[in-house]
Design a protein around this ligand. Structure first.
Ligand SMILES: C[S@@+](CC[C@H](N)C(=O)[O-])C[C@H]1O[C@@H](n2cnc3c(N)ncnc32)[C@H](O)[C@@H]1O
Length: 158
């Protein structure tokens, strides 16, 4: 099946099953940032069913960027693996099934740093994610957080 068709099906699945994936306007903005940055490595916190990671990877296929993405929900993780496999992107996207608040602590900043870090998981944990992102972002790298104003769930923790 053609990749565009599979991508459309992933988007429809998200809509039908209330999976909160990136809105088109946010995706376009992030893709613009990626176009300017041309990252070798991306860390994503909050995979869901792989929609954003798949879009990033497709957009960056010419430079073969590597994406590490973390998802704690097992059903979402399984669906993400299925979608990434269907899209033939298993070589560039690695999905970890773990709670990012714990998994991030296991990444050693002396061995692994990322050009871009995208935070898109539980809003109440954004500060933990941000602390780790600051530690794991390369010098001159970019941290992007989606929906920081969402129902005040991030700002109420500051
Ligand atoms: C908004 S969705 C991610 C959407 C995805 N980035 C996209 O646009 O296609 C947030 C996801 O983060 C996951 N999540 C929430 N808290 C998490 C945590 N502490 N560690 C890992 N994943 C988490 C949820 O299970 C959910 O699937």
């Amino acid at each position: 099946m053609e990749q565009e068709v599979i991508l459309k099906e992933i988007k429809e699945y998200a809509k039908e099953n209330n999976v909160p994936i990136l809105q088109d306007i946010s995706l376009d903005l992030i893709l613009l940032v990626l176009k300017l940055k041309k990252p070798d490595s991306i860390l994503e916190i909050g995979t869901a069913i792989g929609y954003s990671a798949i879009n990033f990877s497709r957009y960056l296929k010419d430079i073969n960027s590597k994406i590490l993405t973390i998802e704690k929900n097992e059903n979402m993780y399984n669906k993400a693996i299925e979608n990434i496999t269907k899209m033939n992107l298993s070589n560039t996207i690695k999905v970890i099934n773990a709670d990012a608040t714990q998994y991030l602590e296991t990444i050693d900043e002396k061995e692994n740093k990322f050009d871009v870090i995208f935070i898109d998981a539980a809003k109440g944990q954004y500060l933990v994610f941000l602390e780790n992102a600051l530690r794991l972002v390369k010098k001159g790298g970019i941290i992007i957080a989606d929906n920081v104003y969402f129902k005040g769930r991030v700002l109420s923790r500051i």
